[in-house]
Design a binder for this molecule. Structure first.
Ligand code: PLP
Length: 500
């Protein structure tokens, strides 16, 4: 046997694709040579080029993984990253600093709705979520309410794959492999969607009673566990990885009111909705996502907002949490109070407590505010602005909406489509599950996988997944053109006809 413990012949016969342990990927994917077939070698603009010959151009219908919002190969970003690596490749942010991280925080806060005054940096969306959840818990403790420990998520939600995000998340497969090891003190609300909302164009409208009903889940949780024990509610303004579920009009505003009643924080996970996906900088910016007539909501309704992906156009991994001043300040003054607590002072080295260096938040990462991520982030914001990408996305949204909703009328459309959903520069097809020919039992995920392959052959990259695996989600670069959208429509139509 080899030094790895594997029989030598096995070790040497493993293909590189098998040695690479791919995230959320089945072994079958490699076993059938799919890893070679589905491999990208380069990218420019809105298109990928496949690694294998003949090299094909594939329209990036997903912006990578909802992250390359400005498309690929943006020279301004590449240049900024390269120069930053030469100037200051890395410096820590723990008790130290570098000017570019300050500038990045300032620019983000300036772009964000008015209520967001502070930016905390992390290395990914999952880390942004963990940071926001921990900040919420620390906030209540600093306010003398350490009993507020229950975190509320939703069915079908995706908040990354670290322990906190997985626990408040609600995609069954992501949780059940770890059942028994999820965070305690977590409760879930239903996801706010029902069959009568299917085929809505944009945000489902006219479902006021349903929105009330879904939001009552929080009051129900409060009645079971005690409102005084609830720390925070975390939601994606639009559910992405779960299959692109747009909440009914009014739902998020009603949820905010319920959070106020309960006295807990509201966290928006805007990892995919921020940076232009909705046609605005943030979902929190849009009148569709706040309470009509409530002035303070216009400045941002959530207490904390999680960001990643489009934050750096994905060229350098990064995440961030935006915080309202009351959250940030409570933590700072809370610990100052602790530092002046006589018992604490008596039992700890005096110099530490009197030095003014007591952290407000005992949390952070080596890569928090990484200078190269900051350079990428700043150049990305410049690129969005220079190219007017958010308003371009808003202009493309109705074209994308038409492109997907008219698929019901193409051959195969009626039989194959269980639902079509869209909002801003994002859309999803929900496929009816394929059925076992002899038993009639649904084979969840098979239709999604087949459709993905057909679309790829037709020159379009989509994402198959969501609960059950039969949702086809699209979130193209904001730079998508009308020609790209008509190509996308045709590729989807051809794929649908091949399904039937
Ligand atoms: N939150 C949401 C809403 C996401 O969609 C994702 C990723 O898809 C994450 C968090 C996790 O981000 P990351 O994969 O960068 O950890």
């Amino acid at each position: 046997s080899s030094s790895s413990g594997l029989p030598a012949e096995d070790a040497s016969s493993k293909s590189n694709a098998d040695v690479f342990w791919a995230p959320f990927t089945s072994r079958d994917h490699h076993a059938h040579g799919a890893s070679e077939a589905y491999s990208f070698a380069s990218a420019a603009g809105n298109y990928y080029t496949t690694a294998t010959k003949p090299h094909r151009q594939i329209l990036d219908g997903v912006a990578g993984l909802w992250c390359c919002n400005a498309g690929h190969g943006r020279e301004r970003i590449t240049k900024a990253v390269t120069e930053q690596m030469r100037t200051l490749d890395y410096a820590p942010s723990f008790n130290m600093s570098h000017p570019i991280a300050y500038e990045w925080a300032r620019r983000l806060v300036d772009l964000a709705p008015d209520n967001y005054k502070h930016a905390f940096f992390a290395g990914s969306g999952s880390e942004a979520v963990e940071s926001a959840l921990k900040i919420a818990l620390a906030y209540h403790r600093a306010n003398g309410q350490s009993q507020r420990r229950i975190l509320v998520g939703r069915e079908r939600a995706y908040h990354g794959t670290n322990f906190g995000g997985m626990s408040v998340g609600g995609m069954t497969n992501n949780r059940k492999q770890f059942e028994g090891s999820l965070l305690p003190n977590v409760a879930h609300m239903r996801f706010p969607y029902k069959p009568s909302m299917r085929f809505s164009r944009g945000m489902p409208d006219g479902f006021d009673d349903d929105a009330d009903d879904f939001v009552n889940d929080l009051r129900h949780i409060a009645s079971v566990h005690g409102a005084e024990n609830i720390a925070a509610v975390i939601v994606e303004p639009i559910m992405g990885s779960g299959g692109l579920f747009v909440p009914p009009k009014g739902y998020l505003g009603k949820l905010k009111s319920a959070c106020e009643e309960v006295g807990c924080l509201l966290i928006f996970d805007e990892v995919i909705t921020a940076f232009g996906r909705t046609g605005r900088a943030f979902a929190s910016d849009s009148p569709d996502f706040v309470r009509p007539g409530v002035e303070s909501d216009k400045g941002g309704m959530a207490d904390l907002v999680c960001l990643a992906k489009g934050l750096t156009n994905a060229v350098i991994p990064a995440g961030a949490v935006l915080a309202q001043a009351h959250v940030h300040d409570a933590l700072q003054t809370g610990y100052e109070k602790m530092a002046s607590d006589e018992n604490l002072v008596a039992n700890a080295p005096r110099a530490f407590h009197y030095s003014g260096m007591m952290p407000g938040l005992f949390h952070g990462y080596t890569y928090s505010g990484h200078p190269v991520a900051a350079a990428a982030g700043l150049a990305t914001l410049d690129e969005y602005e220079a190219e007017n990408l958010f308003s371009h996305a808003a202009q493309m949204a109705p074209l994308l909406e038409d492109a997907v909703h008219t698929l019901v009328d193409v051959p195969g459309g009626k039989e194959c489509l269980a639902d079509v959903r869209n909002y801003g520069c994002a859309a999803a097809l929900e496929l009816a599950p394929l059925r076992n020919k002899s038993t009639g039992a649904p084979m969840f995920g098979a239709a999604g996988r087949a459709f993905f392959q057909f679309a790829f052959e037709e020159g379009l990259f989509v994402r198959n997944g969501g609960q059950g695996g039969d949702h086809i989600v699209m979130s193209p670069p904001l730079s998508i053109t009308p020609e790209d959208i008509s190509f996308l429509h045709d590729a989807l139509a051809r794929s649908l006809s091949r399904m039937s």
